[in-house]
Design a protein around this ligand. Structure first.
Ligand code: GLC
Length: 508
């Protein structure tokens, strides 16, 4: 085994995030947390996960074992907090998952987010990780934390726990999945007095000042490496348009800023074997998708028709460009009598009521399922022809990769991870696996849908686009290897070049 492989195989990684599929998954972050660590494990990394044990985690389905009971989390107030650490591993191939148990802040809450004390709940996550590692026999080389909820970890390690012989050696990678959320406050409207420049002490768990701290800014400042979930987004967040006020800081630290596109799990998302689709197929037999299209029409009570089915599988959130979709649907239905539209997603009540009304207005042409679901998206990907992803911003985006794997063609905005994963169809050399548009306005979206429909009507050409989408490689393997590189780089920063540790190898 050469030295590089030795280093790679010896890395001990702790991944932490507020949500981790399947235990508590809300969106893309939950999926990435789980499938990335699984892929890292396959690459030989000792990758483990730590997360809160929320109230809806089913202990009958997941028999957790008690690892440490009565872990005391010190606070400056009268009351210390007590947590237990439980552990679970589904199988040898799956990462070990540590669960932090606390009645008041996690167990009595069935949701991951959305509580007025989320700043306390998530600082508690970071603090209990510190206290757990102090007594744990297993200590990671690197902690990869994700989004603002875990943002105090790099700060704690570099400042509060810097004299601890075990903890001070741990490196950190902070991954930005969504820069719009920086903590539990409105970062766009903070007055000078409340502005957190990240240099002061971390507020105590019960100090009201904690709510005003910018968890994300601190993470970017103190982490050894900052990563984002696509290369394009790592450039976009250096500009005021996408940085949410953090462009100056990000420019300062740009040498430690890296973009790695997310992947998707090729076993979980596989049209050849997926038991949730009516007719299995691969890129060679994509013609069979037609059977799934008929099944989808039945499922959503749509007319049997050969016209294109447009779809959306999304969080119903302003980020996702739903205001554009709302503007174009009526004119589109008017112009193309055979178009159908299916949407799956949960979120903002305004959007829910719009789509409910739309379904009534266009019976047999519009189908909705306005709540989260794990199975229905696969039916949509395997039966719909196109998926709309006109996001305002999109750090990575996962549905475009999932839908392409199943031959459902994305019509998406040319930004962030959408840009990095979709190649715009080019008529001249018949290349591309989707349709992209630049400007955030309804006309550009409408024009691009029309461009896609034109190709859809040419059956031979459309099959080529479908095949090309299905053949694009989005497996986690590539991305996992890039993460390993940044873990090694982070370890280098904390503990000096790896060769000093007795391994004759230097990457950077
Ligand atoms: C966030 C981003 C999305 C990304 C996901 C996982 O939800 O908005 O683009 O795919 O995180 O990284």
């Amino acid at each position: 085994m050469n030295s590089l492989m030795k280093i790679r195989n010896n890395i001990k990684l702790l991944y932490t995030s507020a949500e981790v599929y399947p235990y508590a998954g809300v969106g893309g972050l939950g999926q990435v947390s789980y499938f990335l660590t699984k892929a890292l494990k396959k690459e030989g990394v000792d990758a483990r996960i730590i997360m809160p044990k929320y109230g809806n985690i089913d202990e009958e389905r997941y028999p957790l074992k008690m690892l440490y009971e009565g872990l005391k989390i010190p606070t400056q107030s009268q009351r210390d907090i007590i947590c237990n650490i439980k552990v679970y591993q589904e199988s040898e191939e799956e990462p070990i998952v540590y669960f932090i148990e606390n009645k008041e802040f996690y167990e009595t809450r069935s949701n991951v987010y959305g509580y007025s004390d989320d700043h306390i709940r998530f600082l508690l996550l970071s603090l209990s990780i510190m206290e757990f590692l102090k007594i744990s026999t297993w200590v990671p080389d690197v902690i990869n934390c994700a989004d603002w909820h875990t943002g105090h970890i790099p700060n704690l390690l570099k400042v509060n726990y810097k004299d601890d012989p075990k903890l001070s050696k741990i490196s950190t990678v902070f991954s930005i999945h969504n820069i719009v959320h920086q903590g539990l406050f409105d970062h766009k409207n903070t007055n000078d007095l409340d502005f957190d420049n990240g240099r002061g002490e971390i507020a105590d768990l019960f100090d009201p000042a904690l709510q005003k701290q910018n968890f994300m800014r601190r993470a970017i400042m103190y982490a050894d490496i900052v990563s984002t979930v696509s290369e394009k987004y790592s450039k976009e967040i250096l500009t005021p348009e996408y940085s949410e006020g953090l462009e100056h800081l990000l420019k300062e630290v740009r040498t430690k800023l890296v973009g790695i596109l997310n992947g998707i799990d090729y076993t979980y998302m596989n049209p050849e074997t997926d038991i949730n689709v009516v007719e299995n197929y691969d890129w060679r037999s994509s013609i069979k998708r037609h059977i799934n299209k008929v099944a989808l029409q039945k499922e959503f009570d749509l007319e049997k028709s050969n016209g294109p089915i447009l779809s959306m599988v999304t969080r119903l959130d302003d980020q996702k460009g739903l205001d554009l979709v709302i503007e174009i649907l009526d004119p589109l239905f008017l112009e193309y009598k055979d178009i159908q539209f299916v949407i799956i997603g949960s979120g903002d009540g305004r959007y829910i009521s719009y789509f409910q009304k739309l379904e009534k207005k266009y019976p047999k042409r519009v189908g909705t399922h306005l709540m989260a679901d794990f199975i229905l998206p696969k039916k949509v990907f395997s039966g719909a022809d196109m998926i709309l992803i006109p996001s305002r911003f999109e750090p990575s985006g996962i549905t475009q990769m999932e839908s392409m794997r199943y031959g459902c063609i994305p019509i998406a905005r040319n930004i962030g991870g959408l840009s990095d994963s979709i190649t715009d169809f080019n008529m001249e050399n018949i290349s591309g696996n989707g349709f992209l548009f630049d400007n955030y306005n309804p006309y550009s979206l409408y024009g691009t849908i029309v461009r896609a429909i034109d190709q859809y009507n040419n059956i031979g050409l459309w099959r080529k686009i479908v095949e090309s989408a299905m053949k694009t490689d989005f497996s986690w393997e590539n991305s996992a290897r890039k993460y390993i590189d940044i873990y090694i780089r982070a370890m280098n920063i904390t503990n000096g070049p790896i060769d000093k540790l007795g391994m004759n190898y230097q990457i950077f």
